[in-house]
Design a binder for this molecule. Structure first.
Ligand SMILES: *[C@@H]1O[C@H](CO)[C@@H](O)[C@H](O)[C@H]1NC(C)=O
Ligand SMILES: *[C@@H]1O[C@H](CO)[C@@H](O)[C@H](O)[C@H]1NC(C)=O
Ligand SMILES: *[C@@H]1O[C@H](CO)[C@@H](O)[C@H](O)[C@H]1NC(C)=O
Ligand SMILES: *[C@@H]1O[C@H](CO)[C@@H](O)[C@H](O)[C@H]1NC(C)=O
Ligand SMILES: *[C@@H]1O[C@H](CO)[C@@H](O)[C@H](O)[C@H]1NC(C)=O
Ligand SMILES: *[C@@H]1O[C@H](CO)[C@@H](O)[C@H](O)[C@H]1NC(C)=O
Ligand SMILES: *[C@@H]1O[C@H](CO)[C@@H](O)[C@H](O)[C@H]1NC(C)=O
Ligand SMILES: *[C@@H]1O[C@H](CO)[C@@H](O)[C@H](O)[C@H]1NC(C)=O
Ligand SMILES: *[C@@H]1O[C@H](CO)[C@@H](O)[C@H](O)[C@H]1NC(C)=O
Ligand SMILES: *[C@@H]1O[C@H](CO)[C@@H](O)[C@H](O)[C@H]1NC(C)=O
Length: 569
């Protein structure tokens, strides 16, 4: 098993091998799934998966969310390996559905299924049985999306308005084709359409269909990636079955080695400070994940603000824009079924193909978490230009008690305050105001989260004079890998009104940071050998009129404390 997955093209130690193999090995969004990573017959895997599934009928549940690294407010799979979010949608009853690339029988990618979880608030997830199985032992269900066919355009739903259609890539050694499957029970179980595939262009590198409904033209619109041609193909359909190629978007922005997991989404434009909607903007975002070949190594997601007229997407410019300034935000997907007056909501895979299959969470029987759900909109300010603003979706369902609240002028701070919470997860808000006039060159903010005995720490900070923010996971020792780089930074300026803010969600082995209310954000996994138990925050050299306000709150675990749950995966 390890020797086969050792041929994993993105593993640094095998990079030279990889170059030789690049032309031979199918590189998919689900990555190495076409290689039988188990080294055993898929039949066996399938049997195991099916057996596991019957846990829904009474065999003890297999999930256990108690490990040192197990995020408590982020979604992670009950066990085994997870990658891309798939089929995200909100149904008519207000339930959010998260499907995900899932290997139910291994801790590395392979044997891809669609795992499934549901939630009422995007934080408290209930694990559901696997939703989509590969139809044959030598195929895999790769990434894709889901829609609610409320008008029965497909004809699959003679008696209901809540029918769900999943659109996904079926991968095999000979091709990647686009298939559909429909669900009469609100997205819990699916039937493959007998007219599959719905798109077959005789390619082994053609995947990750994402479908939206385009109101103006009353058509379904699909974006799907010709991964190694750097082409996002746009198809339209009246019924989700017959698809017509209407345009290609190609060779713009960052190319890397492959393009994957495209998303096309209408995006409101707002004023960042007031949050007010700027009317009549009719903007879209086309997001494209790139792997390998991201600027920081491995995988990353870029996006293009632009316009879409029903057939053609036109980017506003050719600037490369990334969703994240760290390394662990990939294959993000936007929910279908979010009402027009709500901002689009997205969830991304919080890992990087460089080390996703190596991280030490395997010792707890699982690998990979999702980002927190994000609320998104576009802004266009003189200092940032067009930017996709991304903030945690309403955290109230998980916010716990206030641990620290403090405000000071100019220099000051908090020294080793306890962040011991039941969950091991905290939310931090920092707001600095009064940053007007000239700022001394030494003005800075530093935040250090430390372990109690092992002298490990996670730190971040901001220089108010050179406007650089950094996030450093280098002083954690639970995981060593040359690709697991440490220190990420970005440029961000105080706002015109003299304020600068940051917030962070710190959740055992993952931190997400949001600067200036989400104008910049970072997602980073980290592995300290002990829990982080204290925090120090200090400012130095700030002008005398500056005020720093800090609020630290506990986050409450969304998982039950024991390893005994109702999960049936
Ligand atoms: C459903 O039909 C209505 C009325 O024709 C139309 O306005 C709407 O866009 C359609 N929506 C979908 C998802 O088919
Ligand atoms: C849905 O489509 C099927 C197939 O075209 C048709 O038989 C059925 O009557 C339709 N149902 C509704 C409510 O439109
Ligand atoms: C709707 O029709 C489908 C297909 O005929 C059937 O499988 C399903 O049970 C029906 N659902 C309801 C709620 O009647
Ligand atoms: C599909 O592509 C393969 C490899 O490029 C080629 O050998 C084969 O002839 C193609 N099949 C069709 C039906 O075009
Ligand atoms: C779109 O891109 C695909 C993949 O490279 C190519 O086969 C096709 O000819 C292109 N179509 C158009 C209209 O450019
Ligand atoms: C959309 O824009 C493209 C490129 O500018 C153009 O060729 C096409 O005709 C437009 N379609 C519509 C429906 O306006
Ligand atoms: C749950 O996982 C933790 C961490 O891996 C382990 O120590 C514990 O024994 C597990 N509990 C059960 C009930 O399996
Ligand atoms: C805070 O705690 C860490 C770890 O226990 C320790 O290394 C550091 O010196 C402490 N800092 C202060 C200011 O007490
Ligand atoms: C991390 O990056 C910041 C900003 O570039 C820099 O100031 C800091 O010294 C770096 N930290 C380490 C440990 O290299
Ligand atoms: C675990 O869950 C099962 C099924 O709900 C229940 O019967 C059993 O008592 C639970 N065990 C513990 C230790 O909580």
């Amino acid at each position: 098993m390890r020797s086969l997955s050792g041929l994993h093209p993105f593993h640094s130690r095998y990079w030279q091998w990889a170059n030789i193999l690049l032309g031979l090995v199918a590189l998919q969004c689900a990555l190495v799934a076409s290689i039988n990573v188990k080294g055993t017959a898929h039949e066996d895997d399938r049997t195991i998966a099916r057996t596991t599934l019957t846990a829904s009928s009474g065999i003890p549940a297999l999930d256990n969310y108690t490990g040192l690294y197990r995020p408590q407010i982020h979604f992670s799979p009950p066990q085994e390996f997870m990658n891309d979010p798939n089929g995200l949608h909100k149904d008519a009853k207000g339930t959010y559905h998260l499907y995900y690339q899932y290997n139910p029988t291994g801790l590395v990618a392979g044997n891809q299924h669609w795992g499934h979880a549901t939630s009422k608030d995007l934080y408290h997830w209930e694990n559901q049985p696997i939703a989509i199985y590969p139809p044959t032992s030598d195929s895999q269900v790769f990434s894709g999306s889901a829609v609610i066919d409320s008008n029965n355009t497909s004809g699959f739903f003679p008696n209901q308005t809540d029918g769900v259609v999943a659109i996904y890539t079926l991968n095999s050694a000979s091709a990647e084709v686009q298939e559909i499957a429909y669900s009469h029970d609100g997205g819990y179980s699916f039937t493959r359409y007998d007219g599959n595939p719905v798109i077959d262009v005789n390619s082994t590198q053609f995947r990750d269909p994402k479908v939206i409904w385009h109101e103006k033209t009353q058509r379904w619109v699909m974006v799907v990636s010709h991964a190694q041609d750097f082409v996002i193909a746009f198809y339209t359909s009246p019924d989700l079955k017959a698809w017509t190629l209407v345009s290609n978007f190609s060779h713009q922005g960052l190319l890397g080695s492959q393009w994957e997991c495209p998303n096309l989404v209408p995006m409101p434009v707002r004023d960042v400070a007031s949050g007010e909607l700027i009317e009549h903007q009719d903007m879209y975002v086309l997001a494209i994940s790139v792997n390998p070949g991201a600027p920081l190594g491995g995988s990353a997601t870029q996006y293009f603000p632009g316009t879409f007229n029903g057939t053609t997407f036109t980017a506003i410019d050719r600037t490369v824009r990334l969703t994240d300034f760290a390394k662990d935000n990939y294959a993000g997907q936007f929910f279908y079924g979010i009402l027009d007056d709500e901002d689009p909501i997205s969830i991304a895979w919080a890992s990087n193909w460089q080390y996703a299959e190596e991280v030490p969470t395997a010792q707890e029987g699982w690998r990979s978490a999702m980002s927190v759900p994000r609320r998104n909109f576009l802004a266009n300010t003189p200092s940032t230009g067009w930017v996709l603003v991304s903030r945690p979706h309403d955290l109230r369902p998980v916010l716990g008690q206030v641990l620290v609240e403090k405000e000071w002028r100019a220099e000051g701070g908090i020294s080793n305050a306890s962040i011991l919470t039941e969950s091991g997860a905290v939310h931090l808000n920092v707001a600095v105001s009064g940053l007007l006039g000239s700022i001394p060159a030494t003005s800075s903010l530093e935040i250090v989260l430390s372990t109690s005995d092992s002298q490990e720490s996670l730190s971040c900070g901001y220089s108010f004079s050179d406007n650089t923010f950094f996030l450093d996971r280098g002083n954690t020792r639970g995981f060593q890998d040359p690709t697991f780089t440490s220190n990420f930074s970005t440029s961000v300026f105080p706002r015109e009104d003299g304020t600068w803010t940051m917030s962070a969600v710190v959740d055992r082995s993952i931190i997400e940071v949001f600067l200036n209310e989400g104008v910049a954000s970072a997602t980073s996994v980290f592995f300290a050998t002990q829990p982080l138990t204290s925090i120090s925050i200090s400012t130095a050299g700030l002008p005398s009129g500056a005020t720093t306000k800090v609020e630290l709150r506990a986050l409450e675990s969304v998982w039950r404390a024991t390893g005994n749950d109702t999960a049936r995966v």
